[in-house]
Design a protein. Structure first.
Length: 608
């Protein structure tokens, strides 16, 4: 998807070099882990017409820094981490030292900022009640609901789930962007080369915990090594914090670090972390000064459920800048305008990022309601009425019934039966509803054969309703499929039902009526009748007797029922002689019903 530019913000070019090295991440919300955590920050805004590199004299760290930080403070002993300049007293209260800047120093070195000292305008109390504030706990909870989903939507070129370091980088980005959103500041994006540079800086901090690199150059020369262009740049460093939450909390409660975190001129973030002998070293590299040319969304869904927060779906935005940089960031709700999660239907919304936006058309639906509406149109062939739609939707939503059982209510309804569909039409509707496709000829013929064998339409419905395809359809609507529940005796055992239907057809010469079929099936299923007894009931029923069959027709019928074949001449004549010799028809019936052939027929139907 292409971007649409809504704002071309003029980047403020600051020629003055400013260095901020606070003495400690102070504040009541920060608990230092046994006084072993340390923080450093530097913020540089560099004037540059060309953003190819950050190489400039003005990027050198000034010789004079905050008086509370010494050279020895920035070195990390091999055996034990150094304490921050603000240490906890015995009473647990931090001892605060402030950075001072005199007019004389400013005259000698105009690159040093003459702004307020840390202890005056940027105290912890002022941070909490001043221009910037953050609910860190809420931001962390919110971030936790996002990043696992984002990992699923990452393009293959960003395999974050395979890299624990990159996973932490994504955590940090989301957490920081939520904090920036709380303060109305545009989000940052991750850029892989900047991520790699930040990891290198974290490794260097193990050797020398400073904004000066072990080779003696300032920290921003790392960008030249990785070929990263920049117009504005900043760095935060820390060590001793065990996780993303604690280090960001520490940075936030330190004025200089917070200034970097909420600087609106920054567009890219490179987080870095390394572990050394159980201690974590953290960095944040910030850069800005880019012009966006393209925005693309990943993880877009066919529809969004009513009430859905889009950021919780793991949407990922890939942004491209004019210098070829391609970066990525999860989409937060604060970046989306024109979206109403409580209104069903198609919506055109805007995704906004760093002064640019893109239009995106999405669909919001109530999946449960949509599932029920589909049953109305596919099975009943009409739009749902309001009361019926509400009633069936509530049945599903409150868990009274599941998908297959609700569909059964439609299939077994009087309204549907009144449509008087042919078998072909009935099966075709089942294909549409439960398989979401047209029937293939072989499948259609197979299901017609099932109906022709005497099994009920509900029996066929059950086969469709419990299919893999319908399971997937239900899942797509957020519905549990469940099972069809058939209670009629004719639907309990295929073999018994087919046997009884066979008796109707061969003995009475007609199709079974549902009441009779259920009654006979129930007799066999409950053990009240054996197969022979059931057959006897047909052969000696009033309906059969009213046929007034001759002896020959009677015997021919017994051949078909009990031997599944036509009578041969010798057999027919032999049984006719039995009757002529005075035996009753029931005697002949027993001869057939006790035959091996009939036992084999019963075995085929699974009955005795």
């Amino acid at each position: 998807m292409r971007y649409k530019k809504i704002l071309l913000a003029a980047l403020s070019v600051i020629t003055a070099f400013s260095l901020v090295i606070p003495t400690c991440a102070a504040g009541s919300t920060l608990t230092l882990n046994e006084n072993t955590s340390s923080l450093e920050s530097v913020l540089v805004s560099e004037s540059s017409e060309s953003f190819e590199t950050g190489d400039s004299e003005s990027t050198d760290v000034p010789e004079e820094t905050a008086s509370s930080v010494s050279e020895t403070d920035e070195s990390v002993p091999e055996t034990e981490p150094s304490l921050p300049s603000n240490t906890l007293t015995e009473t647990g209260e931090p001892e605060s030292e402030t950075e001072e800047s005199t007019a004389e120093e400013t005259e000698e070195d105009p690159s040093v900022s003459t702004g307020p000292s840390i202890g005056e305008a940027y105290s912890t109390e002022n941070i909490q009640t001043g221009s910037f504030s953050a609910d860190l706990g809420a931001a962390w909870t919110e971030a936790g609901q996002i990043w696992e989903k984002v990992l699923q939507n990452m393009p293959q070129t960003y395999a974050l789930s395979d890299d624990q370091t990159a996973y932490l980088q994504l955590q940090m980005l989301i957490y920081l962007n939520i904090i920036r959103a709380q303060n109305g500041i545009e989000p940052l994006a991750l850029y892989d080369p900047l991520n790699a540079a930040a990891v290198t800086r974290a490794q260097e901090c193990v050797t020398l915990f400073s904004h000066t690199r072990p080779n003696g150059t300032d920290c921003f020369t790392i960008l030249d090594e990785y070929g990263i262009p920049w117009g504005t740049v900043g760095e935060n460093i820390a060590w001793g914090y065990p996780d993303v939450f604690s280090v960001l909390q520490g940075w936030w409660n330190s004025p200089g670090h917070q200034a970097n975190m909420v600087d609106s001129s920054f567009q890219l973030l490179g987080p870095g972390v390394v572990e050394n002998n159980g201690t974590y070293y953290w960095t944040q590299l910030f850069t800005g000064g880019y012009t966006m040319t393209q925005m693309d969304l990943y993880g877009v869904q066919d529809y969004y459920e009513v009430g859905t927060s889009l950021q919780d779906t793991g949407l990922l935005l890939v942004v491209t800048y004019s210098n070829g940089i391609e970066a990525y960031l999860p989409v937060l709700d604060s970046m989306i305008s024109g979206y109403n999660p409580n209104v069903e239907g198609e919506q055109t919304v805007q995704v906004n990022c760093q002064g640019y936006c893109m239009d995106w058309t999405l669909t919001v639906r109530d999946s449960v309601k949509a599932f029920v509406s589909r049953l109305y149109t596919e099975i009943l062939g009409r739009n749902p009425d309001a009361s019926g739609l509400t009633a069936w939707t509530n049945v599903l939503r409150n868990g009274t019934e599941q998908g297959a059982k609700v569909a059964q209510g439609f299939i077994d309804s009087t309204e549907f039966k009144k449509r008087q569909l042919s078998d072909d039409e009935y099966i075709t509707i089942l294909y549409h509803t439960f398989l979401d496709r047209e029937p293939d000829s072989s499948g259609l013929n197979a299901w017609k054969a099932v109906l022709e064998s005497g099994l009920s339409r509900l029996h066929v419905f059950k086969g469709f309703a419990e299919s893999v395809e319908f399971t997937e359809i239900c899942e797509s609507y957020g519905i549990i499929r469940g099972n069809a529940v058939l209670t009629a005796p004719m639907d309990q055992n295929e073999g018994v039902t087919k046997f009884v239907v066979r008796c109707y057809r061969l003995c009475l010469g007609r199709e079974a009526d549902s009441d009779g079929l259920n009654a006979w099936c129930n007799q066999i299923l409950t053990g009240q009748n054996t197969a022979k007894e059931a057959a006897h009931g047909f052969v000696f029923s009033d309906e059969f007797k009213k046929k007034n069959l001759s002896d020959e027709d009677y015997i021919r019928t017994l051949y078909r029922v009990f031997m599944d074949r036509e009578a041969d001449g010798d057999g027919l004549n032999a049984w006719l002689r039995v009757l002529r010799n005075g035996q009753r028809r029931e005697h002949v019936f027993n001869g057939f019903a006790d035959s091996n052939e009939f036992r084999e027929i019963c075995a085929e139907y699974g009955i005795k």
